[in-house]
Design a binder for this molecule. Structure first.
Ligand code: DGL
Length: 263
């Protein structure tokens, strides 16, 4: 494995592009491969077995294209599949992600933290363990958000339907006194502009994209795999409609790119 090899990143769909952006900012010399499993989105309502199977297939695909490290840019896939992938590929640097409970518990002034995430993440033993560890002195109110990921996949980041659904999900959290909201799904950072309109300015939003990029940098250094200089590329694959992702990339990634098919 050489340092010029790409980093493989995947998500159930386009959400992980919010993490990919953080990786590009922190590690601008690295080439990136991104798989959106949009043909099977949302993962939030799927069984852990199904998500593990998809995660294995995507990982094999990324490794076959020379990936030197793997990022599960998906909270839901991390709870279902990261342990399995680490067992299968013990020498591969793997970064998973989890809702930002620790920084949120530090940041809250009201002592009440809200978590927006998928049902899969919120129901998991991994999430329960995270709360036991870092949320001992705060109250945590959780809110699953069915339907939101589908709207984001359709590029509906500002429309009326998204606004109505999102306000239905954040209102109960505000009523409980939350002053800090965790975006516990990688799709949701794309709703920050809409959230800024719906929430009072005193409410802080936290997500884990930047922390994941930092962790990846650290792991690459540890394995001697960090690339010093570019030219860096980014290749995109989807199990959904490539034309759809091509249309969304200028908004979500900030650049146009060709999108290839992943079965
Ligand atoms: N983006 C994913 C996450 O971080 C999951 C979205 C979904 O497919 O339900 O949890």
């Amino acid at each position: 494995m050489t340092d010029v090899a790409p980093i493989g990143v995947f998500d159930s769909g386009v959400g992980g592009i919010s993490v990919l952006r953080e990786i590009r900012t922190r590690l601008p010399a690295e080439s990136l491969l991104y798989v959106a499993d949009s043909g099977h989105v949302p993962y939030g309502e799927k069984t852990p077995e199904f998500i593990r199977e998809r995660s294995r297939r995507i990982t094999e695909f990324l490794l076959a294209r020379g990936a030197k490290a793997l990022v599960l840019a998906c909270n839901t896939a991390t709870v279902a599949a990261v342990a399995d992938l680490r067992e299968r590929y013990p020498r591969l640097p793997i970064v998973g992600m989890e809702p930002a409970v620790k920084p949120a518990a530090r940041a809250t002034r009201s002592g009440v933290v809200g978590v927006l995430a998928t049902s899969g993440t919120l129901k998991s033993a991994k999430f329960a363990a995270l709360l036991d560890r870092f949320a001992t002195d705060v109250r945590v109110v959780t809110q699953p958000c069915p339907g939101l990921v589908e709207l984001i996949e359709a590029g509906e980041l500002q429309g009326e339907a998204t606004r109505a659904l999102l306000s239905r999900y954040v209102e109960p959290l505000l009523a409980e006194g939350c002053d800090t909201l965790i975006l516990g799904c990688t799709h949701y950072p794309f709703l920050r502009p809409l959230l800024a309109q719906l929430l009072p300015p005193s409410v802080a939003l936290v997500d884990t994209g930047e922390a994941v990029a930092r962790r990846l940098e650290h792991l690459l250094d540890e394995h001697g795999l960090r690339r010093a200089e570019g030219p860096a590329s980014a290749r995109f694959f989807t199990s959904g409609d490539p034309a759809m992702l091509e249309a969304l990339l200028p908004v979500l990634w900030g650049e146009r790119s060709e999108v290839e098919t992943f079965a």
